[in-house]
Ligand binder design. Structure first.
Ligand code: JHZ
Length: 390
């Protein structure tokens, strides 16, 4: 049975940055979250059509978050060393920071956003512009054969029909092949109160427990879990058909159980915390405005789309958002219509406070913006709770 526990209000497409003349027809949907008592999966109540989110205008460019480029290089080297795959398939390859560490002759990309598929094609990889499903899986297998490594980062949780997704992986995986994917962790989201992991693209927020339940039904088994710090706390899930299951799987499931991820009440408590976070953030920003303070935001993230729209924060409370991604600069943030600008065009010292839209890069940003702090600037974050720090 599916039970709703959180309503994050009317939300726009999280990565659809707008020109001024695009206000009119802006698409909004109801962002509500459910817990499935049977599989223990947390999902959006209503999914947004994938084509509205992932298309040739998709703005999230992995390589613009430079710590992630290093992360994918290290991940690729580790997987090469341990599994020595002869053939590699990446689902949701974005602009290629993972696949670029593998041979162009034996590696395949599947990516629905044409702008990014073009980039990996230019890098020499056979790139299919498509969503991942059984038809694509069969088509690729016919041409390129089975795959020893199927990899996906921050992509599987975007796929609405998980049974179809896993059947498609099962079809193309070689006998001893491994399927490795990483996505934000439900446990870390619940622990940290980071409700902004929830937006249109994240059709599901995964626990190891729920994934295990769904994968087993599809003939696949989780044999290892790595807990990662990236994206505010993610899990890297290793899946195969017949490998010995390692201790990390039981350990993660136990931690999830101990936290109460199998109980609906845990989600009701989380929802209460989210409502408090909204109240605290709006109160803080309103107070600062009353005192004549100026606030900027750093990182025009998908996450900040959820925060600004849920909390009804617009340009009157946060003047602008800086972001390193050229495709976001000069546009307006989805729903809130706060202007997104190049970091270089802004003197941070003109502002009193900087909200961390990219709180997952807190240390990197705090380090880069030392001068802002030295000049009396302070950061605001809402994770794990609304607070000011410098
Ligand atoms: P970042 C995206 O979410 C979307 P977002 C997606 N759905 C997903 O699942 C997660 O990633 C994993 C900028 N930046 O990575 C670059 C600075 O401006 O938190 C990015 O636009 N200065 C695929 O959008 C944004 O912030 C900096 O110093 O929530 C970060 O976005 C750094 C480091 C980044 O993901």
């Amino acid at each position: 049975m599916r039970k709703e526990f959180l309503d994050l209000g009317r939300q726009p497409i999280a990565n659809k940055f707008l020109k001024e003349d695009e206000y009119e027809g802006e698409f909004f949907y109801d962002l509500k979250v459910i817990f499935d008592e049977d599989t223990k999966l947390v999902s959006l109540k209503d999914f947004v059509k994938p084509e509205l989110m992932f298309n040739e205008d998709y703005a999230y460019n992995t390589s613009m978050s430079y710590p992630m480029v290093k992360h994918f290089e290290l991940t690729a080297n580790m997987l090469k060393e341990e599994f020595n795959p002869k053939t590699v398939l990446e689902i949701g390859s974005n602009d290629g920071p993972f696949i670029k560490n593998f041979d162009t002759e034996t590696s395949i990309c599947v990516e629905p956003c044409e702008n990014f598929a073009k980039k990996t094609t230019d890098m020499g990889y056979r790139s299919y512009i498509s969503f991942w499903d059984t038809d694509v899986s069969h088509g690729i297998k016919e041409i390129h054969g089975e795959m020893d490594l199927v990899y996906a980062a921050n992509c599987i949780c975007h796929i609405q029909n998980l049974d179809e997704c896993f059947a498609a992986v099962n079809n193309i995986l070689s006998e001893d092949g491994v399927f490795v994917f990483e996505d934000p962790s439900l446990l870390r989201m619940l622990e940290r109160g980071s409700y902004d992991q929830i937006y249109d693209e994240h059709a599901h927020i995964f626990s190891v427990t729920a994934l295990n339940n769904i994968l087993i039904n599809n003939g696949l088994t989780i044999f290892r879990v790595d807990n990662l710090s990236v994206h505010g706390g993610s899990n890297r899930i290793y899946v195969a058909r017949n490998r010995p299951v390692e201790f990390s799987v039981a350990e993660n499931k136990q931690r999830e159980y101990d936290f109460g991820i199998n109980n609906f009440q845990t989600y009701e408590i989380f929802a209460e915390r989210v409502r408090k976070s909204k109240k605290d953030l709006v109160e803080l920003l309103t107070k600062l405005k009353g005192e004549g303070k100026r606030v900027v935001s750093i990182g025009a993230t998908s996450k900040s789309t959820t925060v600004f729209n849920y909390c009804d924060i617009g340009e009157s409370l946060i003047e602008c958002i800086t972001d390193t991604t050229p495709d976001k600069q000069g546009l307006l943030a989805p729903g809130s219509h706060i202007p997104v600008v190049d970091r270089e065009s802004v003197n941070l010292n003109d502002y009193d406070y900087a909200f961390l839209g990219a709180w997952n890069f807190k240390d990197v940003i705090a380090n880069k913006e030392r001068e802002f702090v030295e000049n009396g600037g302070k950061f605001i974050t809402h994770v794990p709770e609304v607070m000011v720090f410098s």
